[in-house]
Every structure is written in structure tokens, then in C-alpha cells.
Design a protein around this ligand. Structure first.
Ligand code: ADP
Ligand code: MG
Length: 252
């Protein structure tokens, strides 16, 4: 059975009294534990797709199954880090990271006991009592990601988490994320508009068409793991990149 199945999801929004498709007949079949990316031009419906999976909005048509059960309109079944998921500036890193657990009703003491070793292990040790504005962009993203992970769902949705970072930091964060993914064995769904990032991270890539976004093709990435900087120069990497580029260039 698939961990997650998105079946023929469409979403119609209204803008200025006019209806339009933000998402058009999108389907996905996700096997447990895989790292899946969704790539496509700005405005093609990527965040809309994730909002549907997270239960924040309901599709106009279609269904979403998690472990075979319908989760349409149901929040809290997936971990979700939104595109602009900011840390609360008045809370320390530790208290930001435990936010998800607190929302779930875990006691503060237990939440701290669970969070501290993770902060230590994943590069935030010694920063737990700092405030977000005292940290670099990369470290803030680590904290936001750990918060999402601690929410403790089998599936994590990440919407362009590294979009605002410089190239160097971004590559470090990608490797950091792969480490975490290998440790936690979660299923990850990752939105990006960066082709290199999608290939470097993923087992499979869903390529979307421009608006109204539908899924054009699912590509399996033929690269071994673990991956590192050398992966980016691999001939197979370059071949996949050429192919994704050609798909994104086509009109529909
Ligand atoms: P992406 O994440 O791929 O950039 P989105 O899913 O955010 O794209 O948006 C797809 C389209 O739907 C865009 O044209 C956007 O302006 C529109 N849209 C998104 N959310 C809403 C909404 N709540 N109401 C109306 N239009 C929306
Ligand atoms: Mg978006």
C-alpha cells in the first residue's frame, strides 16, 4: 500500500469574480520512506497541492489517502513547514523547537527532554537559549525543520525551505537534511524550483506544468546514496538535469 496517495486533485479558486484552476487533476503515489520533490514554475499550484495534503484547504475534486484513509480537510496528520514558516522572535530556539509538541499537548518538561539531544546532534547545541535573530539564516532553518520533525508525523511536507539561502549554505543544508532524513526515516515531500536541489535530494521528482498546474511527469532519480558534492558532477546527474530542464521548457 502507498503511504500517501493523491488521486486526481483539482482546485478551483476565484479571482476577481473569475474562476480558475490552481491545480488540475494532480495525482501522486508515494511509497513510505521516500524523498519526493515537486518542481514547477512559480504559481503552478505547488503550495496549493501541499495545503490540500495538509488539510488546510479542500480540493474541488479528488481524494487524498494516508495509509489508505481519507484525510481530506483533516489537519495534523502530516508535519508541514510552510514557505514562510518563521520562528517566533520572542521565543528562544529551544522554545521555538518544542512548539509543535506543546501544541500536541506534550508537557514542557518532556518536550525539552526530547528536543535537547536533537539540537545537540543536529548542529544547534549551545544555541538553545539564543533568540532567532541571533542566528544565521541556515541555523534558523535548521531550527524550523527540527520543530517540524518533532511534530512527529510519518510524513513531512517542506515548501521551499532553502529558497532564501545563499548557494553555499544551501548545499550544506541539503546535506544536513539528507542526514536527518536517513536518521528519522520519514517520508519527505519537498517543494523547490531549483532543479539541482530536486535531483540531489530526491528519489523521485514530480514535474509540474505552468498554471493550471498538472503533473507532467514523475521521474525516478538513478543516483546512489549517500550523496555528496561529487554527485553534482556525476554524468547521470547531468543527464537527469537536462531532461528536467527540457520538461520545464515545453509549453505543456
Ligand atoms: P506555487 O506554490 O506553485 O507558486 P500556489 O499554489 O501558491 O503556486 O498558487 C497557485 C495559483 O493559485 C496562483 O495563481 C495563486 O495566486 C492562486 N492562489 C493560491 N491560493 C489562493 C487563494 N487562497 N485564493 C485565490 N487564489 C489563490
Ligand atoms: Mg508556493
Amino acid at each position: 500500500m502507498y503511504k500517501l496517495e493523491v488521486k486526481n486533485n483539482s482546485k478551483i479558486f476565484k479571482k476577481g469574480g473569475k474562476e480558475f484552476y490552481a491545480l488540475n487533476d494532480a495525482s501522486m503515489q508515494v511509497i513510505e520512506g521516500k524523498f519526493i520533490s515537486v518542481i514547477g514554475p512559480s504559481g503552478c499550484g505547488k503550495s496549493t497541492l501541499f495545503n490540500i495534503i495538509a488539510g488546510l484547504i479542500t480540493p474541488t475534486t479528488g481524494s487524498v489517502l494516508l495509509d489508505g484513509k481519507d484525510i481530506i480537510g483533516k489537519k495534523g496528520f502530516v508535519g508541514y513547514m510552510l514557505q514562510k514558516d518563521l520562528l517566533l522572535p520572542w521565543r528562544t530556539i529551544l522554545h521555538n523547537v518544542i512548539l509543535g509538541l506543546e501544541v500536541k499537548g506534550v508537557s514542557k518538561k518532556e518536550a525539552i527532554n526530547r528536543a535537547m539531544p536533537l539540537l545537540e546532534k543536529y548542529g544547534l547545541g549551545g544555541f538553545e537559549n539564543h533568540y532567532p535573530d541571533e542566528l544565521s539564516g541556515g541555523m534558523r532553518q535548521r531550527a524550523a525543520l527540527l520543530r517540524t520533525l518533532l511534530y512527529d508525523q510519518d510524513i513531512i511536507l517542506l515548501d521551499e525551505p532553502f529558497g532564501a539561502l545563499d548557494a553555499q549554505t544551501r548545499l550544506k543544508m541539503q546535506q544536513w537534511l539528507l542526514q536527518i532524513w536517513a536518521d528519522f526515516r520519514k517520508t519527505v515531500l519537498f517543494i523547490t524550483h531549483d532543479i539541482d536541489e530536486a535531483i540531489f535530494l530526491s528519489d523521485e521528482i514530480y514535474v509540474m506544468t505552468p498554471r493550471p498546474g498538472s503533473i507532467k511527469e514523475k521521474i525516478t532519480v538513478p543516483l546512489d546514496r549517500p550523496r555528496n558534492e561529487k554527485t553534482l558532477l556525476n554524468t547521470e546527474f547531468v543527464e537527469v538535469k537536462k531532461y528536467v530542464l527540457s520538461l520545464l521548457k515545453e509549453k505543456e
